[in-house]
Design a protein around this ligand. Sequence first.
Ligand SMILES: Nc1nc2c(ncn2[C@@H]2O[C@H](COP(=O)(O)OP(=O)(O)OP(=O)(O)O)[C@@H](O)[C@H]2O)c(=O)[nH]1
Length: 253
Amino acid sequence: MDTYGKDDKRLPYYLKWADAVLITYSIIQQDSFEMALAYLDAINSYSKSLTVSNNELVIMLLGNKLDLERTRVVPKSEGESIAAKFSCAFCETTAADDYEYVQQLFHRTVREVRKERERAVASNCIDEEPLPSTTININTNTNIPSSASSSSSTSSSHFLALNDTDKISSSNIPLPPPMPATLIHQAARAAKTAKPEYQNSSNSNNINSPFSPTIKSGSLSSIATVTGLPPTSSSSTAKRAPSKTSVFSKIFK
Ligand SMILES: Nc1nc2c(ncn2[C@@H]2O[C@H](COP(=O)(O)OP(=O)(O)OP(=O)(O)O)[C@@H](O)[C@H]2O)c(=O)[nH]1
């Protein structure tokens, strides 16, 4: 959903269903940068008010209009420093000249969301009933900014670490690893709350991945993009179905 930059009263509503937030400012407009900062602050406060922790919100700060570098008023270092302060990813780009890169940013964000959900599901399974000899090894090429610190045992690398020299392409973005069979089994059991455990095992065939019920084709609507400019339209009002992994945790430690 492309949200209206000044409509901060609705921010909690957006955050309730968003899996990822891309906060965009214009490098040629100081006020839009300040608006982005205000959003990061608001998200920080909101997430701190939550008491339930589970999967984490993927956040990226984007400095747009890089094609207008000659009229830049927001130094790149300021964007980097704010991103470091809030432990979120940062990059500068131009929607005007590099549409492909913008598209890849969205793809990468969706992959990060999937990884985060996978991590949360794995974490839940372990919390509920540790399985013997199960190693949950979620590969990631994601880096956390050096200033990021995490004290939560359920935290993972959930922020993208990108910059304008770190251009991504579909060829160098690894797909999420296959879900270990034990986790698929756990997820299937969780879905069968009304039935005795270990019965009706055919249900597990319907769950190839714990993400399939929530991440579907076109699910980019669950990414809230926040800008400081007036809106044209809202692409979706779909609310994420409540699930054990649909809450997000404190994102700034
Ligand atoms: N030069 C340049 N112009 C851009 C770029 N991205 C957006 N614009 C222009 O900035 C203006 C606002 O773009 P929008 O896509 O409407 O920005 P927005 O913040 O999402 O605004 P709404 O969709 O109206 O909420 C338009 O005139 C765009 O053409 C960019 O990377 N470079």
